[in-house]
Design a protein around this ligand. Structure first.
Ligand code: ZN
Length: 278
């Protein structure tokens, strides 16, 4: 089996079929993909020790564990619970040998109109768990999310904002560059260059026109309007040569297809339009 280098599959892409960690890792390896991005629910379903063994025995490599963060909450108790949950996520990431833990901001607390307050809760939450991450040797990758998700999932929206957080927090924190969330940013090339070695992940997919669902209508690379090769060139110029990780939430299209077909398509599209040389 010829392994495909430079490409990783995120569990979200094939989640409707390869639901367990074992199914997911096996499926990816069979397709020639050695690098995988699991989600916490897969690790929790079998426990950290078993998940770690499974990964080690398979020979797969883990990019980021998805995902933690989601710090803003209406009460101090709920904010503490979110911080505790992030500490568990750090243990899970360490236990499976993940390269990093992907972290998103979280939305506004129910009933709140205080977006700057929510963003402060994200900064405070990351600061609270960073010592745990450092001692566990787990890098935290802040993934800015598209502004359309601000209210309900991600109030850190631009690479500039995420990098400002990194500047304040120091060692152990970086960014995940997901093309879906940042492609529109007029300051993208500058912010990717600014990120430099703090780029921990590069997620790929495509922006469809029209987009029919704010969460579950992401496109396959090449089917939309994102200059994937152009963004990869920026990312490599900044010093990141890690894998491009396919992350496609697609309830009405790709999630309905057979996972082997989905992965074969991702490989073909990766070769056709995602490499820096494409
Ligand atoms: Zn992503």
């Amino acid at each position: 089996m010829q392994m495909v280098e430079g490409l990783a599959i995120n569990f979200a892409t094939t989640r409707t079929h390869w639901q367990t960690l074992a199914q997911f890792v096996d499926g990816c390896l069979r397709a020639g993909i050695r690098t995988v991005g699991p989600w916490r629910e897969q690790v929790q379903a079998i426990g950290i020790a078993a998940a770690g063994r499974l990964i080690r025995d398979s020979g797969a490599r883990v990019t980021g564990l998805c995902r933690s963060g989601l710090f803003p909450a209406a009460t101090a108790e709920a904010r503490r619970a979110a911080i505790d949950d992030n500490r568990r996520a750090i243990e899970e990431a360490a236990g499976i040998g993940a390269d990093h833990l992907v972290l998103i901001g979280g939305g506004l607390p129910p009933g709140s109109r205080d977006i700057s307050g929510a963003r402060q809760m994200v900064a405070d939450g990351i600061a609270a768990v960073l010592p745990d991450a450092r001692s566990a040797g787990v890098l935290l990758a802040i993934e800015p999310l598209h502004p359309m998700t601000t209210a309900d999932r991600g109030c850190v929206n631009t690479l500039a904002e995420a990098l400002d957080l990194c500047d304040r927090l120091g060692e152990g924190v970086g960014v995940a560059v997901d093309v879906y969330h940042v492609w529109w940013d007029p300051d993208l090339s500058h912010q990717i260059a600014r990120a430099g070695r703090r780029i921990l992940a590069h997620h790929i997919n495509d922006w469809l026109v029209p987009t029919r669902d704010l969460l579950l209508d992401r496109g396959m690379m090449g089917d939309g309007v994102i200059d994937l090769a152009g963004i990869r060139r920026m990312v490599e110029a900044a010093g990141f040569f890690g894998p491009q990780e396919v992350e496609i939430f697609s309830a009405e299209n790709w999630w309905k297809r057979k996972p082997d077909e989905v992965v074969a398509t991702t490989i073909a599209r990766y070769n056709a339009c995602c490499r820096a040389s494409a």
